[in-house]
Ligand binder design. Sequence first.
Ligand code: A2P
Length: 311
Amino acid sequence: NIPHVVLRSTSNQHKIPVIGLGTAAFTFPADTKVAVLEAIKAGYRHIDTGSVYGSEQPVGEAIVEALQLGLIGSRDELFITSKLWCTDNFPHLVIPALQKTLQSLRLEYLDLYLVHWPIAVKPGNWEFPYPEEAIDTFDMEGVWKEMEECQKLGLAKCIGVSNFSCKKLEKLLSFATIPPSVNQVEMNPTWQQKELREYCKNKGIIITAYSPLGASGTYWGSNNVLDNELLKEIAEAHGKSVAQVSLRWLYELGITIAVKSYNEERMKQNLKIFDWSFTKDDYEKIDRVKQHKLMSNGPAKFIVDLWDGEY
Ligand code: A2P
């Protein structure tokens, strides 16, 4: 049984499981479907997807099959997150994008819908990194109004953002009538973001960590987390893996997690973080871990605009 955290929202007391399965795998849809089914069997109840990952369709198929197999009794036992992509980051495109997402997922509602990046890209541009002329003005207020509409219409139980700095959250909170429930950001012991954690805690915004293991094996990831010597020492002392150390650290801070593993054993291992804890000495070691941001050149015209210098 995975613990839950209550999300702030004006209309409901929706709860998010503290660990979810990430699906930004950019792999064959059939592999995603198998992995999601395995994850549900293993006890995962939060599946994190995004319209840009190409995983919404297979996640939807896996949910149908999980229901048919009786792995879950009803859809509401699951917590499903998806994200509005940059090319849909315009007020008039928000609701149609969510409707398309729901169609791909074969769902009537999402548990959480996130603005994927605080960037608007002219529709039709898929080339990475985006050429300068593809970047448009991001109408944060107009987009957020439509996100609020998604929640009011019942298409999403909760709404939030991803890759938002403190400065951007501050701007969002200045006009939001429904504050964001979640900010999903890169976070692990090698990118600890103390300031953002404190800011979100004070404002009642739950953080979901993506790349909690450093996203090894992806084009943006590295082995910085899994190969870290200090984390290895802690892992050895507790008879745990470095992955479990990283996930436990996030959990102890009240951070929710989207961890990607499509391997049955590792996805099970990643859930075994609830029956042990760190010593004071472990915390001192984690404090000394060298900091390194993976997502330092995301799809932005100017990196400074994107992260607001919050390095
Ligand atoms: P795999 O899917 O083969 O398990 P992140 O969640 O930070 O994005 O990291 C995902 C990467 O970490 C994937 O390459 C995944 O590979 C790998 N991974 C997931 N869980 C573990 C684990 N417990 N030990 C080692 N590697 C893991």
